[in-house]
Design a protein around this ligand. Structure first.
Ligand code: ADP
Ligand code: MG
Length: 391
């Protein structure tokens, strides 16, 4: 594909690409639905993502094309831009707008994107396309942003230009990801630790349920409110700002303050999940993948039973994983109700796993999932394989 991409660029723009970059997608390994409770998440970059090829032009125009979408945009260099309909090119356009708003000078460019990551499935192709664009422009025009500033800029594009209300984890993971490292991150303070996460002879299987995530947003807001309620009740006796300011032991001492079973369950998930992230970091850094796998299963059970954000599709994947001896652990990842599950699978058994889980899922759900084999990859960067394509 990479070589085809170079050819495709030349074909579409009548000149070779001058620059090339890659930005990954991400999965959250563990720590789900706790970022808005002051908790720790643990995402990593995956080995699928978004390629971006560029070349400057002399006619002061930005041209956006993508191999994943047929619509394209050609727009003259201006001082500012507004969102242009619902097209995909609003992602790079929003990044350009942000650079201009910050007072940076840009010149006309021809851009070609290609994502080998499933788009719209919860693996954050949106953060990937934002970050790759921001990184590329910063590199080409020496705009002087730090990587963290590029992360914040990309998040702002998603929130304010595109209009999607999301946290900073995705852009952070996509930019700061490192091969064989998970990022234990507090999304409020942005303090993070890169945790050694050698998967040994395992791969990270990504199983896309292919179910649209229709319910996710309203249920998400409902959970945020339920957590706020739990916090308010605990604050009657505890001096805390977030649910994750306490651990499971403290929660057990004070949980009688929460009489409502549903609110209690939500808080229990949040606090126990935060403890699981710390245990997972310890297990991964000691290469104790069996322990990490158990924590993945425990996380899924909690999201299914206490937090109630799974669904028959994600449960079917995890149920199958439990029957397969080549799987150490599995869980839903992302907001839930659809999207993807992840599983730690012995590399040599991946093909067999892929067939097994697809057959089980299709039989149960009525349509097929998509199954991918990934590793923990690097964050955004110049695409080394394309270096010699530079003029
Ligand atoms: P997710 O981030 O889970 O993949 P989103 O709905 O947040 O899903 O973002 C998907 C959108 O991002 C796409 O509909 C498209 O507008 C844009 N996008 C992502 N990757 C590409 C790409 N390679 N080319 C063009 N647009 C892309
Ligand atoms: Mg997204």
């Amino acid at each position: 594909m990479k070589n085809n991409l170079l050819k495709e660029f030349t074909k579409r723009y009548n000149k070779p690409a001058t620059y090339s970059y890659f930005s990954p997608g991400r999965v959250n390994l563990i720590g789900e639905h706790i970022d808005y409770n002051g908790g720790l998440v643990m995402p990593c970059a995956i080995t699928f993502g978004t390629y971006l090829l560029l070349a400057p032009n002399e006619d002061s125009v930005f041209r956006f094309q993508s191999l994943n979408f047929s619509d394209e945009l050609s727009i003259p260099l201006k001082n500012n831009y507004e969102k242009d309909g619902e097209g995909w090119f609003n992602y790079p356009l929003g990044v350009i707008e942000h650079f201009l708003k910050d007072g940076h000078q840009l010149k006309g460019m021809d851009l070609l994107f290609y994502g080998d990551i499933p788009i719209g499935s919860g693996l954050s192709s949106s953060a990937s396309i934002e970050v790759v664009t921001a990184f590329a422009l910063n590199d080409i025009f020496n705009s002087g942003y730090s990587k963290l500033e590029l992360v914040k800029l990309s998040k702002s594009v998603e929130n304010n230009f595109i209009g999607v209300n999301s946290g900073i984890m995705d852009q952070f993971a996509v930019a700061f990801g490192e091969k064989n490292k998970a990022l234990m991150l507090n999304c409020d303070t942005l303090e993070y630790k890169a945790v050694d996460s050698n998967l040994g002879n395992n791969v990270l299987a990504i199983i896309n349920t292919n179910k649209p995530r229709k319910l996710a947003e309203s249920k998400y807001n409902e959970r945020v409110q339920e957590c706020a309620k739990a916090l308010e009740l605990l604050q009657q006796e505890l001096d805390i700002k977030n649910l994750c300011d306490i651990d499971t032991d403290t929660f057990n001492k004070y949980s009688n303050l929460i009489k409502d079973k549903i609110i209690y369950n939500r808080a229990k998930h949040v606090i126990e999940e935060n403890d699981r992230v710390k245990l997972a970091a310890e297990a991964l850094s000691q290469s104790n993948l069996d322990e990490f796998g158990k924590l993945m299963y425990a996380s899924h059970a909690s999201l299914r039973n206490l937090y109630e954000v799974s669904g028959v599709e994600l449960d079917a994947v995890v149920d199958y994983c439990k029957t397969d001896a080549n799987v150490s652990g599995a869980r839903m990842t992302g907001a839930g109700f659809g999207g993807c599950a992840i599983a730690l699978v012995k590399e040599e058994a991946f093909e067999e796993f892929s067939k097994g889980v697809a057959a089980y899922y299709t039989d149960k759900i009525g349509y097929a999932p998509s199954v991918y084999s990934s590793l923990i990859g690097d964050g955004v960067g110049v695409l080394a394989a394309f270096e010699d394509a530079r003029m």
